[in-house]
Design a protein around this ligand. Structure first.
Ligand code: IDP
Ligand code: MG
Length: 138
């Protein structure tokens, strides 16, 4: 059993896609074990994307993630890290597989609607970055 952190990013929330994303997750029978809506400040966004601090788009990415509220979700299930990444599609919506969230709704390589942890280690870091143990249902 695995857990992963999913986020409906600021563009997704602003465009009214929270329900659509939740519907797709539930339709796949993926269990949602925690939910929180917050607005990141730049500092909190920098810490979340710390691994990308050397990338040329880092400052812009932080500004985007702090530009409006986000919906944070903890998902649980067998192979859920990979399953959720597959549902999201490739980072660049123009290259994402048809039927994925990013292909269907993403507007650019930056504004791509959703986030998902990319490994067990990043999932643990990212879930603990936003949630305490008692906020995750069981
Ligand atoms: P991922 O979200 O598919 O795991 P990452 O490479 O981890 O992709 O990048 C994190 C986020 O940074 C992306 O989801 C996207 O919002 C943004 N991003 C990635 N590459 C670029 C880029 O080349 N230009 C602008 N933003 C980017
Ligand atoms: Mg990533």
């Amino acid at each position: 059993m695995e857990q992963t952190l999913a986020i409906v990013k600021p563009d997704g929330v602003a465009r009214g896609l929270m329900g659509e994303v939740l519907r797709r997750i539930e339709k796949e029978n993926i269990k949602i074990v925690a939910v929180k809506m917050i607005r990141l400040d730049r500092f909190k966004a920098e810490g979340f994307y710390y691994v990308h601090r050397q990338r040329p788009f880092f400052s812009q990415l932080v500004g985007y993630m702090a530009s409006g509220p986000v919906l944070l979700l903890v998902l649980e299930g067998l192979n859920v890290i990979e399953r959720w990444r597959r549902m999201m599609g490739s980072t660049d919506p123009s290259k994402a597989e048809p039927g994925t969230i990013r292909a269907d709704f993403g507007s650019s390589i930056e504004s791509n609607v959703v986030h998902g942890s990319d490994s067990r280690d990043s999932a643990i870091y990212e879930i603990n970055y936003f949630f305490t143990g008692t906020e995750i249902t069981r």
